[in-house]
Unconditional design. Structure first.
Length: 334
């Protein structure tokens, strides 16, 4: 993890090499070479393929300025872990880049590195290196994850076939509602929604490559990401609005927020297609993993995404998708 010279920027206390030594060297793993070199080493066996994904979080764009440092670091790592999970890959290591304004002190980064340490232990990943620099702008954090998948087994967005079923893990909309709760737009008495926004739950280890014909994670919103699958696969995807799994907290927000649940981002659940004959296998995998997996639509010939109400008619507006105010008509996970 190297220091980039920035002579025109204010000096950080202790210098950048000391900054790396104190907060990030304890996170370094095999191949990092003690974070004392400009590059790291990583080996992959012949029967495996390397999966790479990178994400960037910008202060006041991707996280709130008053979000706890520990949750910001965990979100940064987890959104990339989710990318690995969406390809059926096992995350192994990551690279971290930090553009640091002088307002973020050592106490803030002590909490930031603590969050990373917690998730390294939980997900079995290690820091290999990266880059640090000063900036006069907002805090900018960039992370690149390295994962492994069996050769030829990676799940992509381009394999959906007419007749496939569309599935999603977990519940949809909690993160988007969590942001609204933090902004004071809705109530969140127990903090559940805010926690879903601040700390995603990547579905690392779910055996997606065993049955999925295509897949990705829900980061831009369910409707938009289904559109990505449809576009890359050259098919049409139909979503049954009343089948979309909502948590009890999302249902409590009311029908007015249903469109936000369908179009808001940062769920980091898995959205995938699979042949109908894989249904039993998928349900068994969900049960073994302790994760609700819900069929929410189907793949057909054509293009684009259609949202259907409970009578199979196309919805012009997601909020009109059937009688979702009736708890018996809206599915919940679990």
């Amino acid at each position: 993890m190297r220091k980039r010279a920035e002579p025109t920027l204010p000096e950080m206390s202790g210098g950048e090499f000391d900054f790396i030594e104190r907060f990030f060297k304890p996170l370094a793993g095999e191949g990092a070479l003690g974070l004392s070199n400009d590059a790291a080493l990583y080996e992959v066996s012949p029967d495996r393929q390397l999966v790479l994904s990178t994400d960037t979080l910008v202060e006041a764009v991707h996280f709130l300025p008053d979000d706890p440092a520990e949750t910001i670091s965990r979100k940064l790592l987890r959104v990339s872990l989710s990318d690995c999970a969406a390809m059926g890959a096992e995350p192994k290591a990551y690279l971290l880049n930090i553009s640091r304004p002088s307002a973020f002190d050592d106490q803030w980064f002590a909490s930031f590195s603590t969050g990373l340490a917690l998730d390294q232990a939980q997900y079995g990943v290690r820091l290999l290196g990266g880059d640090t620099t000063g900036t006069r702008g907002p805090l900018v954090l960039s992370l690149t994850v390295l994962g492994e998948v069996g050769r030829g087994k990676a799940v992509s967005r381009s394999g959906a076939q007419p007749g496939d079923t569309l599935w999603v893990t977990g519940t949809i909309g909690d993160s988007a509602l969590g942001l609204q709760a933090l902004l004071g737009e809705i109530t969140d008495p127990d903090g559940y929604l805010a926690a879903r926004y601040r700390i995603p739950q990547p579905r690392v280890g779910f055996p997606l490559s065993d049955f999925a014909s295509s897949g990705m994670d829900v980061s831009d919103g369910l409707i938009q990401d289904a559109g990505h699958l449809a576009h890359e696969s050259g098919v049409k995807i139909e979503i049954n609005a009343c089948s979309v799994p909502l948590s009890s907290h999302a249902r409590a927000a009311g029908v007015a927020w249903f469109e936000t649940c369908l179009t808001g981002g940062d769920d980091y659940e898995l959205l995938f297609t699979a042949p109908c004959e894989k249904t039993v296998q998928i349900r068994e995998a969900g049960k073994a993993f302790g994760l609700a997996v819900t069929p929410i639509g189907r793949v057909s010939d054509g293009q684009g995404v259609s949202l259907l109400d409970d009578e199979g008619e196309k919805c012009l507006f997601p909020a009109r998708a059937g009688n979702i105010s009736d708890p018996d008509r809206v599915r919940t996970a679990g």
